[in-house]
Structures are given as structure tokens and as C-alpha cells.
Design a protein around this ligand. Structure first.
Ligand code: ATP
Ligand code: MG
Length: 415
């Protein structure tokens, strides 16, 4: 009798399985994120199995859409649309038979795994028996090294799973499991990639963008919105804080000679971001700086920027070159947004030859000419918060946090 095939999405994790003591906590985050990612694609039931998670897609009209969503859930090492069958050899053969029906493939291999050792056949025996079964039905050959088709079989005590292709997920840790960070998001290529890399390390990311409206057109804000919209697919809910910076830059221009301005701007950005981060419980700031990429990103300047912050400044791109960063931006879908022409606030009043080595004393002397607390206040009080959610219409995440207002003036990042 041909068994009824029931489809599901099988999710494997890697790093989480290394977390001996805290694995249940990380898995709770992963489950919750999988549920949120598929909230509008019901029915989907997330089930915890030994060593993996299974999304039961019984009755789901669009398994492909579920697959697309899960491919962006951090913590997922790989995923596969699979068929669920009883773990008996007969059922496995019948399922494999159904799945290869009408297919042509010049070579194949069976990759069987048992999640429990009391199963009557070893993995090698399963490979052999099922391999022979395929060879009896299709004109093909076994190729263990470069098979045209890999038939995966995973046997658990309760049931077994059969699937062909599996694709990599983002890997890393589930968003929310490592705490909150504040990303300084320009409209450029680098900072969105930096923010995403922190999501992949389990961070929830809040965004701060400095703009120069009315001195410059609002293009940079639109780019920041589009970038946050794109990145929200990985963390489901985001806040973007838009901070007016043009007036602050004018004050700096009046008091600070051109070569020192970039570092002074950056130190002000860091102070304002930190003030805004206070209420969100963020434990670090994130920038897209990469060592030596531009004159302002020397070791000395990075040290001077660090000295303006009480929170650690994380720079996940520090050792990456522009080609690597660009490839990542393309894969994330942020590159096309980032390269749209615009005049970022840092192109306003920016010197041709920024200083590459400044001492703490030099900077202190220059900043004494500014009313730093007033400038930080101007930034925080003028800030406007916008919120983004994914899938659309699903509200804040985690559910208990904050209201759904989309614009809130002069408030900290989180309430
Ligand atoms: P990016 O591509 O991220 O803009 P970049 O190579 O152009 O980086 P800089 O312009 O020197 O480098 O900026 C360094 C970092 O400072 C950025 O990655 C970002 O984190 C932060 N930053 C710069 N401008 C802004 C801005 N307008 N708003 C928020 N953060 C900014
Ligand atoms: Mg930039």
C-alpha cells in the first residue's frame, strides 16, 4: 500500500547544540522566532524533536513560502522540505519510491542517519538497502562523492523523514538570545551588513540614523527606512530612530578645524546613540567601520571614538574588505538600496583630508569649545522613532513590548 506522504519542514541547528547548559533557552528563542516568521502562513506547527525542530505543514497551502521565511531565521543551520513517514523499512521504501517516481538522475547517494541506536538497521545498512531499492527502479548509478541527487533519510523513534535537497540557513544564534545592541545606520553599504551580523550573533538590533534635513534632502532617511525594512525580515520587529544632525554639524563647523571634524562628528553620534539606547537596555553600539577603509577609520581614530562611549562599540566588519562586505550586502538585498545616490550627513561639511592620528588631549581641547550636553540633548530631543514589523501586520515582537505607534517624537528607543 502506498503511504500518504505528509510534508513538513525539517530544521537543523548547529551552534545551539553546542550550548550544553543553556540549550533549552536557545531553543525556546528559536522556536518563538520560527513561529513569528510564519505567523501569516498558517497552519504551521513547530515541534521539538531530538536534535532538530520540525514545522508540521499538514494542510499548509504554501510550503515554499514557509521555506523562504525559515531560510532567514538566525540559528537555523540548514532546512529541508521533507516527507514524514513511519520509521519502518517498508514505509521508507514506499516513500523513496514515491519521491523518485518519474525523476531522472544520472547518479545518487542515500545519506541515512539514525537518531537512536536501537533501530534494527545501522545507517550503513539503511544506505545499502535503500540504495539497492533505488537501483532496481531507476537507470542510474551510485556516486558518493558528487551525486546528482542526494536522498536524505533521518530515522527517529517516532517517525522518519525523507528529503532531497537541503539548503543552508543563516546559522549563528536566534535573535533575542544575546541581548540588544544599537546600530548606527548610515545609508551606506557597510552599516546594514554590520547590523545583520549582530542579528546573526543573537542580538536584537535597534537602529539610529543621523540626517541633515533641512540642509540636505530627506533621501538618506528614505534609504535608512528601506534598509531597516529589509533587515526586519531577520528580526521581525525594528525601531529606527531618526536624529536631526545638520544643526549639530553647523556648531561643530564653527568651532572645530576641518581635519578634526569627522572624528568629532562620530564621537557626537556615539554619545547621542548611547543616550537614546539607555532605555532600551542595549549593551553595546554597532558600527560598519572596517580598519583602514577610509582615512577616518585608523586605529587611532577608532580609539578616539571608543573613548567617547561608555558602552562597548562593536565593529563586526573590522577585518573584512570591501569586496567581502559588498558580497554580503548583495546576498542580504541591502546593496541595491545602499548604492542609491544620496548625500549622507557626513558629506556635508566634510573636510578633504581628515586627520588620521589625533591624541585624546587634542580632541579634548577642541571639544571644550562645544557645549556637548546641549548638542546631545538637541539630538535626543529632536529624534523621531519609527517602527517596522515583519511579517506585515503582526505587531511588536516579542509581543509584550511597547505600543504600535509608528512615529514618536523625542522619546528613547524603547519604552
Ligand atoms: P557605511 O557604508 O556604513 O556608511 P562608511 O565606510 O561609509 O560606512 P563612514 O561614513 O566613515 O564609513 O561611517 C562609519 C560608520 O559610522 C558607519 O558604518 C556607521 O555605523 C556610522 N555612521 C556614519 N554615518 C552615519 C549616519 N548618518 N547615521 C548613523 N550612523 C552613521
Ligand atoms: Mg558612510
Amino acid at each position: 500500500m502506498t503511504p500518504r506522504l505528509r510534508s513538513c519542514l525539517l530544521v537543523h541547528y548547529h551552534e545551539i547544540s553546542l550550548k550544553a547548559g543553556h540549550r533549552p533557552l536557545f531553543l525556546r528563542h528559536l522556536r518563538r522566532n520560527l513561529e513569528r516568521a510564519t505567523l501569516d502562513l498558517q497552519p504551521v506547527k513547530v515541534v521539538q524533536l531530538p536534535g532538530r525542530l520540525m514545522l508540521d505543514l499538514g494542510g499548509n497551502p504554501n510550503p515554499e513560502a514557509v521555506r523562504g521565511r525559515v531560510s532567514r531565521v538566525c540559528g537555523v543551520a540548514n532546512l529541508a522540505l521533507a516527507q514524514r513517514v513511519p520509521s519502518t523499512l517498508e514505509a521508507l521504501k514506499a516513500a523513496v519510491g514515491r519521491m523518485i517516481e518519474g525523476r531522472q538522475f544520472e547518479s545518487f547517494r542515500i545519506t541515512a542517519r539514525r537518531a537512536f541506536k536501537t533501530y534494527p538497521l545501522t545507517s550503513t545498512e539503511l544506505n545499502q538497502v535503500l540504495g539497492t531499492f533505488v537501483l532496481e527502479r531507476v537507470r542510474t548509478r551510485v556516486d558518493l562523492e558528487h551525486p546528482a541527487l542526494t536522498i536524505h533519510v533521518e530515522v527517529l523513534p517516532s517517525e522518519a523523514f525523507v528529503y532531497f535537497d537541503r539548503e543552508p540557513g543563516p546559522g549563528g544564534l536566534p535573535v533575542g538570545s544575546s541581548g540588544t545592541v544599537v546600530s548606527l545606520l548610515s545609508g551606506g553599504i557597510d552599516s546594514p551588513v554590520a547590523a545583520w551580523r549582530m542579528m546573526k550573533r543573537g542580538c536584537r538590533v535597534e537602529f539610529v540614523h543621523f540626517h541633515s534635513v533641512p540642509y540636505l534632502p530627506p533621501t538618506s532617511q528614505q534609504k535608512a527606512r528601506a534598509l531597516v525594512g529589509q533587515l526586519t525580515q531577520w528580526q521581525f520587529f525594528s525601531r529606527l530612530c531618526l536624529v536631526p544632525f545638520g544643526e549639530i554639524q553647523r556648531e561643530v563647523v564653527l568651532a572645530v578645524p576641518p581635519p578634526a571634524r569627522v572624528v568629532v562628528y562620530r564621537r557626537l553620534m556615539v554619545r547621542i546613540a548611547e543616550a537614546l539606547a539607555g532605555a532600551s537596555g542595549a549593551q553595546a553600539l554597532v558600527t560598519g567601520e572596517s580598519l583602514g577603509q577610509v582615512a577616518s577609520q585608523t586605529l587611532q581614530n577608532l580609539a578616539r571614538i571608543d573613548e567617547a562611549a561608555a558602552l562597548p562599540i562593536l565593529r563586526p566588519l573590522i577585518g573584512m574588505d570591501k569586496l567581502e562586505i559588498t558580497a554580503q550586502a548583495r546576498a542580504l538585498g541591502t546593496f541595491e538600496i545602499s548604492i542609491e545616490p544620496d548625500q549622507d550627513c557626513c558629506t556635508l561639511f566634510v573636510p578633504k583630508h581628515p586627520a588620521t592620528r589625533m591624541t585624546p588631549d587634542e580632541l579634548r581641547g577642541l571639544e571644550e569649545r562645544l557645549d556637548l550636553p546641549a548638542l546631545v540633548r538637541a539630538g535626543t530631543e529632536g529624534a523621531v522613532v519609527e517602527t517596522f514589523e515583519f511579517p506585515p501586520g503582526t505587531g511588536p515582537f516579542p509581543a509584550s513590548r511597547g505600543a504600535r505607534a509608528s512615529r514618536t517624537e523625542g522619546e528613547p528607543l524603547s519604552q
